[in-house]
Design a protein around this ligand. Structure first.
Ligand code: AKG
Length: 261
């Protein structure tokens, strides 16, 4: 009933993404945002414990493993927040249940032409007011290290808050997925190689400005990124990547089947 339409499938093939607006209702979003804040709070508390794992620094980014989640810090003089946490479903039942919601996964069944799926990864990105940009990149470059069936991976990004240019919504370069793995930035440290040099590619970026509760479905090679949050409120997104049934989660010995309804 929630499968992708022919128009959505064509757009996915041609442009590398499509959007479904207001998939989740206002009442559901209150719960999902509470779930996101619950995860963020648990992680901050655990990271403050004396026996917490050490913080690793790669270039100017700080990473830490907390509560079985790999977190990326947003850590400046005026802000100590966690900008991304992966995975998070095990830390809040409301986010975990979202993974099994047919409104989220059913279009992926259509894209992959299958009737079962497993979870590749789930990630919560919290961009607080002033939160930093996310450089241009393609998921495929990261995911090929460890994916058991790269071709089947489809990413979904659900806006728990509205997406606006001001609050740092995701920008995409339509059609860029057709160009395959693209050249990374040179002379920009270890992480630079994973960021796309958009000066070398064709296509114009567009913002995905959408109401809260909207879902973006996108191809692993679509070039995307986001800008600083210049608004006064948080911009939170939950990113679930699905893959063929029966496979391990990314960088994990666990498997998590989608409970298809
Ligand atoms: O949250 C964002 O703005 C960036 C999302 C994204 O591209 C990612 O997490 O890979």
């Amino acid at each position: 009933m929630y499968e992708a339409t022919q128009a959505e499938l064509s757009q996915y093939e041609e442009l590398g993404f499509f959007v479904r607006e207001q998939v989740f209702s206002g009442e559901e979003l209150i719960e999902l945002r509470a779930g996101a804040e619950n995860v963020h709070r648990q992680i901050l508390e655990a990271a403050d414990r004396p026996d917490a794992n050490p913080v690793d620094q790669v270039d100017n980014q700080k990473y830490q493993s907390v509560l079985s989640s790999t977190i990326k810090w947003e850590w400046r003089d005026d802000l100590r927040a966690v900008r991304s946490m992966e995975p998070t479903g095990h830390l809040d039942a409301r986010l975990d249940a979202m993974i099994d919601d047919p409104r989220l996964y059913a279009p992926v069944l259509s894209i992959d032409r299958c009737d079962r799926l497993s979870v590749f990864s789930d990630k919560l990105n919290v961009k607080r007011p002033g939160g930093a940009p996310f450089p241009w990149h393609q998921e495929g470059l990261y995911l090929e290290h460890g994916a058991e069936d790269l071709q089947s991976i489809v990413s979904t990004l659900t806006y728990l808050d509205e997406g606006t240019k001001e609050n740092g919504c995701l920008w995409v370069i339509p059609g860029s997925h057709k160009q395959g793995n693209l050249q990374g930035l040179r002379d920009r440290g270890v992480l630079g190689a994973l960021y796309t040099d958009v000066d070398l590619i064709d296509g114009e970026a567009i913002p995905t400005e959408v109401p809260a509760g909207s879902v973006l479905y996108f191809h692993r090679d679509l070039v995307h990124g986001s800008q600083r949050n210049r608004s006064q409120t948080s911009r939170r997104v939950f990113v679930v990547a699905y893959q063929s049934s029966g496979l391990h989660r990314w960088r994990s010995n666990q498997k998590r089947e989608v409970r298809i309804r």
